[in-house]
Design a protein around this ligand. Structure first.
Ligand SMILES: Cc1ncc(COP(=O)(O)O)c(C=O)c1O
Length: 449
């Protein structure tokens, strides 16, 4: 057996593969990568790809093999790799907090660290609940309102806010006190409303839900500023502005889950900056370290942090010094090389290229995106905007992979692209051309035109 088949055999013998149907995975096998450079990836069979997904998770914003980050982490590990948690801090962790405070929306400037996005959401929810107890105006506030199709993570508190990827129901009964309301969506929504009318309806719905649950019992509303589900759902600014007003009216904390959108993905440091809205709490992870180290965090306003005499919550690796150094270096590189501004500029250009190449295709319903985050939404019928119920979209994604471009299906009817911020226009244009070719081939093979 070849070395690559040996390794695949070992992977089958010793892995649990999250979120994939095992029968389906058996058809194609896991992807085993051996090397990466820039946006390029090589697998164990010698195939090369351009990674338009930021390492599948949208976390990898600076590409592979970054020498500067690797060296900074190495130096920190040699000097002081980790000093624990609670009030034990290392210098880079403090410097990172000051840096993040200078970039975060509005007055948000107090930070606690965790190891990833789910933990960040857990922490945000606990912070909100403990804030209300300490503030004393609504000491019984504990309910969380989240949104249909939201993804907030895999741990139990974050999962209860989640409504996507089929992970919630299998884990129920979960954490009580959560309810879900509709959130803005593009192209199609369950009520057949125009996009902007639907976004307005969703904001109004929040007020009704707070009244229904009882304002004294509602601690927080949580949402992704731009929802990922079904592909990059950019709402009108008015939606978040109304949500902010409604939360203020009922003393409900607004948690912006920026785990995907934070640190440049949308062409701003934080996606909430597109809407001119200051949340009360922001969760971060993923592109914070560009995936070079696992790290997440929660940012809040000083008066919220200062209300708590003690924050009853801790993780062993909170504020890990080597992860903090990776984050500091990642932010330094993004600032020095103007990568967030580049993401905004190139994102607009890339949208134009994608629209020009794809929108006229008989099965493409919508092309949307912002910064380095884009989605192509497919339909089997442009008149009704019906989703594909079969594997047409995964087949297009697989065909693109065969042609050396990695993207991800998102829901039954769209694929998503989250290229690293360092991607060149040439690489983006190539990805768009490969998408066009794959769509044409699958359309012809399945007689869909
Ligand atoms: C918006 C959002 N919140 C939370 C999470 C959970 O983060 P993690 O997978 O790092 O736990 C994710 C992960 O995709 C996410 O997209």
């Amino acid at each position: 057996m070849s070395a690559s088949r040996d390794l695949e055999q070992l992977a089958w013998e010793h892995s649990i593969f999250p979120l994939v149907q095992i029968e389906e995975l058996k058809q194609r096998g896991p992807m085993i990568f051996v090397e990466g450079e820039g946006v390029g990836l090589a697998d164990i069979d010698g195939h090369s790809y351009i990674d338009m997904m930021g390492s599948h998770t949208r976390a990898n914003s600076l590409g592979y093999g970054n020498e500067e980050i690797a060296r900074a982490v190495y130096e920190q590990m040699r000097t002081l790799h980790y000093v624990g948690t609670v009030a034990n801090l290392a210098e880079p962790t403090i410097q990172l907090s000051a840096k993040i405070a200078s970039l975060a929306p509005g007055r948000l400037s107090r930070i606690v660290y965790v190891s990833g996005g789910s933990e960040a959401v857990e922490t945000a929810i606990k912070l909100a609940k403990q804030y209300h107890i300490a503030a004393g105006r609504k000491p019984r506030a504990h309910k969380i309102i989240a949104r249909w199709n939201a993804y907030h993570g895999a741990t139990m508190g974050a999962l209860a806010a989640t409504d996507w990827l089929g992970t919630r129901h299998i884990s129920e009964p979960g954490v009580p006190g959560y309810s879900h309301i509709p959130g803005p969506a593009h192209y199609r929504n369950p009520f057949g409303m125009a996009d902007d009318d639907f976004a307005d309806f969703c904001a109004t719905y929040l007020e009704q839900q707070i009244l229904h649950e009882g304002p004294d019992y509602v601690a927080a509303f949580i949402g992704e500023p731009i929802m990922q589900a079904h592909g990059v759902q950019m709402p009108p600014a008015r939606y978040w502005q109304r949500v902010r007003e409604i939360c203020n009216r009922y003393d409900v904390l607004l948690i912006a889950d920026e785990v995907i959108t934070g640190f440049g993905r949308t062409g701003k440091w934080f996606a909430m900056d597109h809407f001119g809205v200051e949340p009360d709490i922001v969760t971060i992870a993923k592109a914070l370290t560009a995936g070079y180290m696992p790290m997440g965090g929660v940012i809040t306003r000083p008066e919220i942090a200062d209300t708590l005499p003690i924050f009853r919550h801790v993780h062993t690796f909170s504020g890990h010094a080597s992860a903090a150094v990776a984050a500091l270096k990642v932010i330094e590189i993004k600032e020095r090389d103007g990568l967030v501004e580049k993401a905004a500029r190139d994102g607009e250009w890339f949208q134009g290229v994608l629209k020009k190449l794809l929108l006229d295709k008989p099965i493409v319903g919508d092309v949307r995106g912002i910064g380095m985050w884009h989605a192509v939404d497919f339909t089997s019928d442009k008149a009704t905007k019906a989703s594909f119920a079969d594997d047409t979209v995964p087949a297009i994604v697989r065909r693109m992979q065969e042609k050396g471009v990695l993207v991800c299906a998102i829901g039954p009817s769209a694929f998503e692209m989250a290229p690293p911020l360092i991607s060149t226009r040439e690489q983006l244009a190539h990805a768009a051309e490969v998408a066009a070719a794959a769509i044409d081939e699958i359309t012809a093979e399945r007689g869909l035109a």
